[in-house]
Design a protein around this ligand. Structure first.
Ligand code: ADP
Length: 471
């Protein structure tokens, strides 16, 4: 059994893992960079070891240093959280070679699924619907043009190793494709060092709907329902909710089945997420499988009552799942808003700095996951997400109202944040009615910024009708 886990991450997810380990009577050792020496996870983990300077490559991505720290300090497992090394097959392999349990799937599984093009091919072979597109990798802009002519415009050029929306470009015609291909590839190489590219048909204004999977090493696979993550900025998620308001129960069932089939086809174990895009007619297509814990996992925890991190750790210890499929009965509605230290008026530029005053929201149905405290200095070296607020209620409109109340209450002073922007979003009639897709932010950012300038009254007025309808 695992006695001591090394946590190779920071921020709110490090705290989430520390809390879970405490509940399981497992010791925690946190590795951190010098920029994080005063962080809450450093204070709350039983042991903390500084492994390098702030740049991720010198600390949170320094594989050998992390393995060495685990071995030296008697850690029998490593939890990678999300981002950083969480989907790095080489790292998972190094853990395996050193007799350390990697809390996630095997290196082989990460490899198989982390390469999006080969994951696509695997799904296609197993009859999980995929977006029409290139059969394999696409060598250059010229070949991209030929393929796009065959499948028809518009197309989406994607990086096989990409993540966080990087290495992706749309092309609406022959004249754009070669330029778009080169741009996408350059961005892919810069962000993940891998220039492997493929092409999909661009689904017009789809929904992003994903299913949470749990699978143990004994062949049991269950799904914990769906999350609608269509509210995105530049292909990056901002708001997530469970269940999706868009799909019918019939589609939900079909997608759940496809998600389990996808995990089975890969021989998957651990917690994982099967992502789909869904068109306006509710046709759904696999886009990728994430082999780690997701930022948005708490909304699934809210509607199912399952502690996903705990299950992930249990699976890593070769224990069977604590649940059977029939035990999972999602109830109510949960919404997560990502609070970022950024300035929406400056194209959402990050806003690091010292938190001079802090109040985090509370109350019925509210869960806040954050590493902030008063006096904490938000570092410029890492992601700008500083808190997640999750609102849960039996009914969707009630969850929205609880979220609104929470966002009215939360105070993070000293840095710019997207709090007011998100607060105003809760008044948007389309959001209230649940009639939105991935084009929502493109359509609404300008209007939300105008509301922000005009004050809250205008927003409240516009929400009234929609609330009546949704109520
Ligand atoms: P990443 O791993 O970089 O997040 P994904 O493949 O998960 O990339 O896609 C990110 C987002 O891009 C999706 O949530 C969706 O909004 C959009 N997207 C991806 N594939 C398509 C597609 N074929 N058509 C339209 N939009 C897509």
């Amino acid at each position: 059994m695992i006695k001591r886990i090394l946590i190779a991450n920071r921020g709110e997810i490090a705290l989430r893992i520390i809390r879970c380990c405490r509940n399981l009577d497992i010791e925690t050792l946190l590795v951190y960079s010098s920029a994080d020496k005063d962080s809450l996870p450093v204070q709350l983990a039983q042991y903390a070891v500084c492994i390098g300077s702030p740049a991720p490559k010198d600390s949170y991505l320094n594989q050998d240093r992390i393995i060495e720290t685990a071995l030296k300090n008697g850690c029998d497992a490593i939890h990678p959280g999300y981002g950083f090394l969480s989907e790095n097959a080489d790292f998972a392999r190094k853990c395996e070679e050193n007799g350390i349990v990697f809390i996630g799937p095997s290196a082989g599984l990460i490899e198989k699924l982390g390469d999006k093009q080969s994951a696509r091919a695997l799904m296609k072979k197993n009859r999980v619907p995929t977006v029409p597109g290139s059969e394999g990798l696409v060598a250059d802009g010229k070949q991209a043009g030929k393929i796009a002519d065959e499948i028809g415009y518009p197309v989406l050029i994607k990086a096989s190793g990409g993540g966080g929306g990087r290495g992706m470009r749309r092309a609406y015609g022959r004249d754009e494709i070669e330029g778009a291909f080169d741009e996408a590839r350059a961005e892919a190489i810069a962000s993940c060092g891998n220039g492997d590219m493929y092409i999909e048909k661009l689904i017009i204004n789809p929904h992003h709907i994903e299913f949470q999977i749990l699978a143990d090493k004994k062949g049991n696979i269950i799904q914990l329902g769906d999350r609608d993550c269509s509210i995105q900025r530049r292909n990056q998620k901002m708001v997530e909710e469970s269940p999706s308001k868009f799909i019918s129960e019939k589609t939900r069932k079909k997608m759940a089945k496809a998600a389990v089939k996808a995990a089975k086809a890969a021989g998957y174990y651990s917690a994982g997420t099967v992502e789909f895009v869904v068109d306006e007619k509710e046709n759904f297509y696999f886009i990728e499988m994430n082999t780690r814990i997701q930022v948005e996992h708490p909304i699934t925890e809210a509607v199912t009552g399952v502690d996903i991190v705990k299950e992930q750790i249990r699976i890593a210890q070769n224990l069977p799942l604590s649940y059977k499929q029939e035990d999972i009965k999602p109830e109510g509605c949960a919404i997560e808003f990502r609070i970022n230290a950024e300035n929406p008026f400056k194209d959402f530029a990050p806003s690091p700095g010292e938190v001079k005053y802090l109040h985090l929201p509370d109350g019925i149905g509210i869960r806040t996951e954050s590493m902030l405290y008063q006096g904490y200095k938000i570092s410029p070296f890492y992601d700008s997400m500083v808190a997640k607020v999750i609102a849960y209620a039996p009914k969707r409109l009630e969850a929205i109202k609880r979220m609104r109340t929470a966002l009215e209450e939360i105070m993070i002073e000293g840095v710019d944040t997207n709090i007011e922007f998100l607060f105003l979003l809760t008044f948007n009639p389309d959001f209230i009615k649940g009639s939105y897709d991935t084009s929502f932010m493109e359509k609404n950012t300008k209007g939300l910024l105008e509301w922000n300038r005009a004050g809250r009254m205008a927003a409240a007025e516009e929400a009234k009708e929609a609330e009546k309808e949704a109520g």
